[in-house]
Design a binder for this molecule. Structure first.
Ligand code: ADP
Ligand code: MG
Length: 160
């Protein structure tokens, strides 16, 4: 687990770029944080780093967007989700257990019982001391993404 801080949307985009250098197919990111924390901004920047050229917007009403980058990128937003059945209907579990691509889930913590065994949990918090400050905490859940989180921590803190 590690934490880091950004002071602006541009710095959050730069953080997402670093993450994009290390992330590989098969990784699920579960993003947690209040409205306006920066989940969508982080996903947009990460998707663009991963080669997505089109628009990346939060799938608040349709639950999922798929983008084509270096691999398929599945972007979920569970904010308006009301039942687990809706997740089954869109094939959520097939996408998130052993995914063939990279999966990014906003508001994942709304349905904790639906999350896969292995994922990177990314909590974004407002820094109470600074209007544009955000605190990012990356945690590996399950053992599969442990190495990735360690590598990311090193890259973010030491630059290599
Ligand atoms: P969420 O998806 O978590 O609801 P968004 O990414 O849609 O949040 O919005 C984040 C908002 O906060 C944007 O308007 C962005 O410009 C602003 N913002 C200010 N400072 C930061 C920062 N350090 N990191 C990310 N977003 C920031
Ligand atoms: Mg959002």
């Amino acid at each position: 687990m590690f934490s880091c801080h950004t002071d602006s949307p541009a710095e959050t985009a730069a953080l997402a770029e670093l993450v994009g250098k290390k992330v590989h197919e098969g990784t699920v990111f579960c993003l947690e944080g209040d409205l306006g924390a920066g989940k969508t901004l982080f996903v947009q920047s990460l998707a663009h780093t991963l080669g997505v050229t089109g628009e990346v917007t939060s799938p608040t009403f349709n639950l999922m967007n798929v983008y084509e980058g270096i691999c398929p990128i599945f972007h979920f937003d569970l904010y308006r989700l009301e039942s687990v059945e809706e997740l089954e209907d869109i094939g959520f579990f097939e996408y998130t257990e052993d995914p063939e691509g990279i999966v990014l889930i906003e508001w994942a913590d709304k349905f904790p019982e639906c999350l896969p065994e292995n994922y990177v949990r990314l909590c974004i918090e407002h820094d109470p001391a600074e209007e544009n400050g955000r605190i990012f905490t990356f945690t590996s859940i399950g053992s599969k993404q442990q190495k990735l989180v360690e590598e990311l921590g090193r890259l973010v803190h030491t630059g290599n």
